[in-house]
Design a protein around this ligand. Structure first.
Ligand SMILES: Cc1ncc(C[n+]2csc(CCOP(=O)(O)OP(=O)(O)O)c2C)c(N)n1
Ligand code: SF4
Length: 262
């Protein structure tokens, strides 16, 4: 395929949402992620959702610490890097000072429901008018694949070499279901990206979450299941099947709350 044909094919098949960072920087950035990593897909889906809602010029992204933090370099938005787990606190400060801006966090499962659990629960309790997007790859990706609250029973990680044992490490935490129990939360859903249909559904969840914020409703939350092939000791293709066969039965997909403004 010559360069011209390649460019046309890329545009037709893949396209590039306007809110993804410029071609040169973006192409470099995506190479920082492991083959088959679905974390960058979350940046793409957010860019598409903001584009389609026409709010890309009034959105601020706050990221946590981890592989997902690298997404800050991939979107053409105003961005803030929070301390580990403190995204909801930073987003709260921004939103309370700039109420007309759409403020959202992108956090890992370790960032959001382990070290950041207090910040998450505080923001949900206070019904902050922010959106939280939690990437669930069932482990601490960036630090080498340790156990996270989301690790599956039996899953091998560097801190559970024999597999997660519920008698020792307990059971997986279900963030989307937990967040849905707070009265001040307007929306909570869990999506995945392992098929095209799931990609589209997840984009719908993220758009609904942003729409809640546009409507002035309380905190909206979307958990997104993503593949982390190296830490799962699987190939990228095997990872997609593992999501369907192992991860989804533990973490069911769908909406857990879709309420009004409280
Ligand atoms: C206060 C603090 N404790 C621990 C760390 C080390 N640390 C950096 S990233 C990370 C885990 C990130 O995992 P997750 O949030 O799931 O994100 P992922 O890398 O999977 O995207 C940890 C423990 C840190 N940076 N700061
Ligand atoms: S360690 Fe996992 S989350 Fe991090 S870049 Fe690699 S595949 Fe992605």
């Amino acid at each position: 395929m010559n360069e011209e044909t390649k460019a046309v094919a890329k545009e037709r098949v893949v396209g590039r949402p306007a809110l993804l960072a410029g071609e040169w920087w973006s192409d470099f950035l995506w190479e920082l992620f492991c083959p088959g990593c679905q974390t960058p897909v979350v940046a793409r889906i957010i860019a598409e959702a903001l584009d389609e809602l026409g709010i890309g010029d009034k959105a601020i992204m706050v990221a946590g610490v981890g592989c997902h933090g690298m997404l800050l370099g991939g979107v053409a938005l105003d961005r803030v890097h929070a301390l580990h787990g403190r995204g909801p606190d930073v987003a709260t400060g921004i939103k309370r000072n700039l109420p007309d801006i759409i403020v959202f966090t992108v956090q890992g499962d370790g960032d959001c429901i382990a070290i950041g659990a207090g910040s998450l629960i505080g923001a949900a309790t206070r019904s902050e008018k922010i959106t939280i997007i939690m990437i669930n790859n069932t482990n601490y990706g960036t630090t080498g694949g340790q156990l996270a609250p989301t690790t599956l029973i039996g899953q091998v990680t560097t801190t559970t070499p024999q597999g997660r044992d519920p008698n020792v490490e307990g059971y997986p935490a279900h963030a989307a279901e937990l967040v849905a129990t707070f009265k001040g939360v307007s929306y909570s859903a869990r999506g995945a990206l392992h098929t095209a249909a799931n990609y589209q559904r997840t984009k719908g969840y993220i758009k609904t979450a942003f729409q809640k914020q546009l409507d002035g409703a309380g905190l909206s939350f979307v958990e997104v299941i993503t593949a982390c092939p190296p830490n799962w000791h699987l190939t990228p293709v095997q990872s997609l099947a593992w999501i369907q066969e192992q991860v989804v039965p533990e973490f069911p997909l769908g909406e857990f709350k879709n309420g009004g403004s409280s």
